[in-house]
Design a protein around this ligand. Structure first.
Ligand code: ZN
Ligand code: ZN
Ligand code: FE
Length: 762
């Protein structure tokens, strides 16, 4: 029996070849009707036999083009139209294209890759080959509609061959805005650090490969910014990069040619493989293999190795060299944004590299590589940027106001809420340097323009002096909503999982400004979307020198020893146990703590990890953020110990206090008995898991809550996350933590937006 149906499709369906696909699919199934773009998706009217219509709807999702993410939101019956003969793409609604969202950048597709390697193809070895199913998007687009003149490809006029493909609805390059070929498109060249051109086009790529083979460091202008590349199997080459970049120990990511090579470098399970080969092409954190053919200097003192596969044609060509892997690290000076322009690359990377591989397709929006890992078989985002931004997350509820949230100070992102769409920006970075602050302002402007959202409400942190807060205050005529940092962490989880009922939130965090003006970080909250109560926290401890303490973990060791053992005994034990620290420095810090001079109080869990790491002489000085905690986890490794230390939950006052004195005393006693750092580190992790569990359990029972959310950067620690997660689950709790966005401060802007939306709703 012939029927007619209307199908509404939302999600990512515009600018990805979806309508030609629908047209083709309908033809295949012998259906008639039409497809049109609407402001928020695609509207399909389709007519034919009932079973063919069912099949159509099924295949609409299953066989969708590579970059499409269709969500069928409505199917309803219509009156049959007599005499309809064909299925057509409705031209009258083409103007709706103007609302099309810009999609994320996508890795080179198999068809383009085949052409890249085909000597008979006119794009043989052309580094900018792309099509509707792959290539640059977000990073080259400066305005909507997503049309070539609104991208940095506007300066390249298509040759007749490219134009023919572009205008042919049957062609893979139909309306592929960055379409290009060697005749008309961008070009690559190699330069030395004096600005002299050494080679052009394919010869430039071949020479870059030869130089990499010889161990030289090459700046490579890529998709979202520059990389610094060096072969990963030579100690002296990797060490040279570390010296020139002033990056002592923080792990480097690797690019390998294919999945087979990836398996020689790290443990790759099915979920890791799917991520490595996906169109988003993130860096995937995997467990290191001890016999990997790469230098120990790539990721020293870490369980993890970041790995990625090539995601641009240029990368594929570079990976042809005779090396097992390349270090591919962000082309920036530490703590500054990734360089994107040829000028910036020359000025700021010239001192690090031997040569620069440049091109003339401008990068409009910078995007670092995304970083993901697999936890419990599912992806967990650690840094969300290229390949994911600006793809929206969907809210179950619709906001009637446009909301901008400006995020945290570290690992900053910004978020817009518009309707039921949430746009979390790419990772921006730490807003402490002027260039990063500029990148923050640029991202607000650029993303706001691309999604056409002017904010009615601006959410920010509670901290009055934060740069992002000051920026939020500068908006005229908007409602300002300050949100406490850990409330934002909790709300980010509630938002991601559409949790509406109150939750107990366990915050394992470094730094967040509290309602009492102190630095919070280890908190048990009961949280609603629009408010929260602080139910328990770590006992406050002095942070000698304030911020300096987070770079010099040994200061926290002194502070904790003084708290646990008293001023005299604590200072004495600090001198004997912290063997790597100058005695005079220890005295100075001990005196600061005793007198309360320049010693803000903190409940940070990150600082407790620092203290124990330094106390065990695992790491006394951080050369990168959270190094002491990373190395403490590395030392603990797979060690399993019976619970030998305890954090006491003091429930005498309404807000419970987690006390660490006896644990620190026990650790000191174990050190005296020559118990190894491995066992102590493992025992410490177990004690933290146990203390957080008991405290959260107490709160949850008091409040009759069965849902627990986890948040904060300390949950990067796999021992802590998996241990606590399992223990909570075993005891019947529903446990949630961010996966689509990072569990760290990259989630804060989203959480702020969720809170602002809930407050607005009241
Ligand atoms: Zn392609
Ligand atoms: Zn061309
Ligand atoms: Fe945080």
């Amino acid at each position: 029996m012939v029927q007619r149906r209307q199908i509404m499709v939302q999600g990512q369906v515009q600018g990805v070849g979806f309508r030609p696909f629908v047209h083709h699919l309908a033809g295949r199934l012998g259906l008639t009707g039409s497809v049109a773009n609407t402001t928020d998706g695609a509207a399909i009217k389709v007519q034919g036999q009932a079973e063919q219509l069912d099949r159509f709807i099924e295949l609409l999702v299953r066989e969708a083009p590579r970059l499409a993410r269709p969500v069928v939101t409505l199917v309803k019956s219509l009156a049959v139209v007599d005499g309809e003969m064909d299925f057509h793409i409705q031209a009258s609604l083409m103007s709706a294209d103007r609302k099309a969202l810009v999609t994320p950048d996508a890795a080179t597709c198999p068809d383009c890759l085949r052409e890249l390697n085909d000597p008979a193809d006119r794009r043989y070895r052309y580094p900018f080959i792309n099509c509707t199913n792959c290539g640059p998007r977000y990073t080259i687009t400066f305005d909507i509609p997503y049309d070539r003149p609104n991208t940095t490809m506007g300066r390249f006029e298509m040759c007749p061959d490219c134009r023919r493909e572009y205008e042919d609805p049957a062609n893979r390059r139909f309306h592929a805005q960055p379409n290009a070929c060697p005749v008309c498109g961008p070009k690559v060249w190699l330069e030395n650090t004096d600005g002299k051109r050494l080679a052009e086009a394919d010869e430039a790529v071949r020479q870059a490969v030869r130089r990499l083979e010889q161990g030289e460091i090459v700046a490579v202008k890529g998709l979202g910014g520059f990389h610094l590349a060096v072969r990963a199997d030579r100690d002296e080459a990797v060490e040279c990069l570390r010296q020139r970049k002033y990056r002592k120990a923080k792990a480097f990511a690797l690019m390998v040619r294919d999945i087979t090579t990836a398996r020689r470098v790290a443990q790759i399970g099915p979920a890791e493989q799917a991520l490595l080969e996906g169109v988003e092409r993130p860096i995937v954190l995997c467990y290191k293999l001890s016999d990997a053919p790469v230098s120990e200097q790539v990721a020293p003192r870490s369980r993890w190795q970041g790995v990625m596969l090539p995601y641009t044609p240029l990368h594929h060509l570079l990976m042809e060299g005779d090396y097992p892997a390349l270090v591919m690290t962000s082309g920036n000076n530490s703590d500054e944004p990734i360089e994107t322009s040829n000028t910036g690359g020359r000025e700021h990377l010239g001192a690090i590299v031997d040569v620069l591989l440049l091109h003339d397709r401008p990068i409009y929006t910078s995007c670092d590589d995304s970083v993901v890992r697999v936890y419990d078989g599912e992806p967990m985002m650690l840094r969300r940027a290229r390949g994911y931004a600006p793809q929206p997350l969907f809210l179950k509820r619709r906001s009637n106001k446009n909301i901008l949230a400006v995020g945290a100070e570290l690992k900053n992102t910004v978020t817009f809420i518009k309707g039921e769409n949430v746009f979390v920006s790419q990772h921006i970075g730490d807003l402490k340097t002027a260039p990063t602050h500029e990148a923050f302002l640029r991202t607000i402007d650029k993303l706001g323009a691309l999604i056409d959202a002017r904010p009615d409400i601006v959410a920010c942190d509670l901290h009055p002096a934060m740069l992002s807060t000051q920026q939020a205050q500068s908006y005229a005529g908007v409602r300002l909503v300050p949100v406490q940092h850990h409330h934002a962490h909790a709300a980010a989880v509630m938002g991601e999982y559409n949790l509406e009922e109150p939750v107990v939130a366990i915050m394992a965090d470094g730094v967040g400004y509290g309602t009492d003006g102190r630095v919070w970080g280890c908190e048990i909250l009961t949280a609603w979307r629009n408010r929260f109560e602080r139910r328990a926290h770590l006992e406050p401890v002095a942070m000698p020198g304030g911020d300096a303490a987070s770079w010099e973990p040994w200061r926290m060791a002194v502070s904790y020893l003084l708290q646990a053992l008293g001023p005299d005994e604590g200072a004495k034990r600090a001198r004997s146990l912290l063997s790597m620290i100058d005695v005079a420095d220890i005295e100075t810090v001990a005196t600061m703590v005793k007198q309360g001079f320049n010693c803000p109080m903190t409940t940070s869990l990150g600082r407790l990890f620092d203290a124990v790491s330094a106390l065990l002489n695992v790491c006394t000085h951080n050369t990168y953020n959270a190094q002491a905690a990373v190395e403490l986890e590395y030392i603990a490794g797979e060690t399993i110990t019976p619970l030998s230390y305890a954090i006491n939950v003091d429930s005498a006052s309404p807000v419970h206090i987690l006390r660490t004195q006896s644990m620190i005393q026990q650790i000191v006693a174990d050190m005296d008995r020559n118990v190894g750092p491995k066992e102590i580190a493992a025992g410490f992790h177990a004690a933290v898991i146990d203390g957080l569990y008991r405290s959260a359990d107490m709160t949850a029972q008091q409040d009759g809550i069965k849902t627990i959310v986890l948040g904060g950067g300390v949950f990067h620690n796999d021992i802590l996350l998996s241990g606590l997660h399992r223990k909570l689950q075993q005891n019947g709790y529903g446990v949630y933590f961010n996966r689509q966005i990072p569990v760290n401060d990259g989630a804060i802007s989203f959480g702020q937006a969720v809170v602002a939306d809930a407050i607005n709703d009241n």
